[in-house]
Design a protein around this ligand. Structure first.
Ligand SMILES: NC(=O)c1ccc[n+]([C@@H]2O[C@H](COP(=O)([O-])OP(=O)(O)OC[C@H]3O[C@@H](n4cnc5c(N)ncnc54)[C@H](OP(=O)(O)O)[C@@H]3O)[C@@H](O)[C@H]2O)c1
Length: 275
């Protein structure tokens, strides 16, 4: 089985690529070799060998930067995804697209499932949702897999998100602040990699939410869990999100749950165990 992977140098990729490499023949072009905004280059690379799958993780992921650069966000996250989908259709590869819990408005008082209707609250979320639509309108359901993931942690030194940052801060600071009024689903990149591998082995298709299980968590909850686990004695102050104004709106509820994973026999551990 030969798999082309985009975004392999990113936070998620740094854990997923080694997991897939154990089992499959993977090809991981960097941005110079395949810039997904260059449709000709995308077709050249996908047409250069017979790929069974394309795992598409490349994206612009900085929410505030995307908010200020909506054209770039659309060009990479939506149009770039469209190019990959078109090339998959042309050359007969099955496509796996990594999407995000950030496509929902966050107004629901419970975790979002695959049955809920997306309505993004910011440019990043909208561009990722347009990426989903591009996959759906280009490829038949049985030739594509859309996987929405939650708040990533993992990737070792590539962890540029909350868990990586707060861990480093709590090592050295006596006190930190963490936002307590926004909820999400913490999601370990290694667990995502294992689910992707299992889905390829089972030839799964369709749309799945694949965050770690467990109660929705705020960044404050995560910080407390890390402190207890790591044995730090840092004081953690819960603060509202208004304390850290951001250019992109953060939906108040970003947690996701799956109504479909059980059917395929996939089990994902609790985020506290993964942490
Ligand atoms: N991080 C999260 O919490 C989170 C949550 C939900 C969903 N996701 C989704 O998960 C996926 C991976 O996220 P991540 O956090 O690993 O992202 P990341 O660390 O920001 O890495 C992004 C990757 O995309 C590549 N890339 C960006 N623009 C490109 C272009 N024009 N052509 C080719 N490659 C390009 C980057 O390559 P360079 O290194 O060369 O720039 C890098 O390998 C994304 O699809 C993201 O939307 C992430």
């Amino acid at each position: 089985m030969k798999i082309l992977i985009t975004g392999g140098s990113g936070m998620l990729g740094s854990d997923v690529v080694p997991i897939l490499s154990e089992k499959f023949d993977v090809v991981v072009p960097d941005t110079n070799e395949m810039d997904i905004t260059n449709r000709e280059q995308v077709f050249d690379v996908l047409g250069s060998q017979k790929f069974d799958y394309v795992l598409h993780m490349a994206a612009l992921t900085d929410l505030d930067w995307c908010e200020d650069h909506p054209k770039d966000a659309k060009s990479v996250n939506a149009d770039g995804t469209k190019s990959i989908a078109l090339a998959c259709r042309e050359f007969g590869a099955k496509m796996i697209y990594i999407s995000t819990s950030g496509i929902f408005s966050g107004k629901l008082g419970r975790p979002y499932t695959e049955d809920d209707v997306p309505k993004a609250a910011n440019v990043y979320g909208q561009s990722k949702y347009e990426g989903e639509l591009a996959v759906r309108e280009t490829l038949p359901l049985e030739r594509s897999l859309i996987l929405r993931v939650g708040w990533l942690f993992g990737g070792g030194e590539h962890d540029k998100k909350f868990v990586g940052k707060i861990f480093q801060k709590m090592r050295i600071l006596p006190k930190v602040q963490a936002v307590s009024n926004i909820l999400g689903s913490p999601n370990y990149s290694v667990d995502i990699g294992n689910v992707i591998r299992g889905m390829i082995e089972k030839d799964a298709s369709g749309l799945f939410h694949i965050a770690n299980t467990g109660e929705p968590a705020s960044r404050y909850d995560l910080a407390v869990a890390i402190r207890d686990f790591a044995g730090f004695d840092t004081e953690i102050e819960p603060v509202p999100s208004s304390k850290f104004p951001t250019r992109a709106i953060r939906p108040p509820m970003e947690a996701i749950a799956s109504v479909f994973l059980d059917k395929y026999g996939f089990e994902i551990r609790h985020w506290r165990d993964a942490l």
